[in-house]
Design a protein around this ligand. Sequence first.
Ligand code: TYD
Length: 214
Amino acid sequence: MERKGFFITFEGGEGCGKSTQISLLESALKSAGEEVLVLREPGGTCVGEAIRHLLKSPEEGSSLVPEAELLLFAASRAQLVREKIRPALARGQWVLCDRFLDSTTVYQGVARCLDSSQVSLINRFAVGDTLPDRTFFLDLPWGEARLRVGKRNGAPDRFDSENDLFHNAVREGFLRLAEREPERVATLDASASQQSLATVIQKNISSFCHVLFS
Ligand code: TYD
């Protein structure tokens, strides 16, 4: 049977504009007659949302060690893959996910300095053979991203409040990962306008599948 939906992930540091691009792509795919499921990580399931709360809360997550943090992200992802992602792909839907295993490779494996081969093993255990067909990395220098994050409403979470060194390491980590996997990971300049980014993303998607965007 011809494959209908694809698994697309969005990655990047804080404030890079992933959620805007995800909703623009969701609308464009729906206008083209596709069925779309949008998910986020950590979260997307009951179990995952409980884990998300723990991971993001500066109070409840204050004593988390990096190893436990890694396993919690992996646990949330293992649940999401089996409960939501695989069934949706099997139904022929598109799955758009706000972050996936590349975030763990970079945040835990690079910025938290955990052993990258162990991180990679745990990532693979969590997802099995469910890997993204295409990943869009929205790249923004931390200096610019920090200004965007500062304008957000609400209190900063455990990750927003990390120092500049951490956020610069995240950006470097994503850049290196994109260099290692150029076939899957497309690096986009997130300082471009929302509409031009959306157009680049749609063109990229049209290059490997049947969808005709209007
Ligand atoms: P979220 O509010 O979803 O951040 P954003 O809007 O920037 O995507 O919070 C998720 C945070 O968790 C984010 O700072 C990145 C971090 N994270 C990891 O450290 N490892 C992971 O595997 C994932 C999925 C997220």
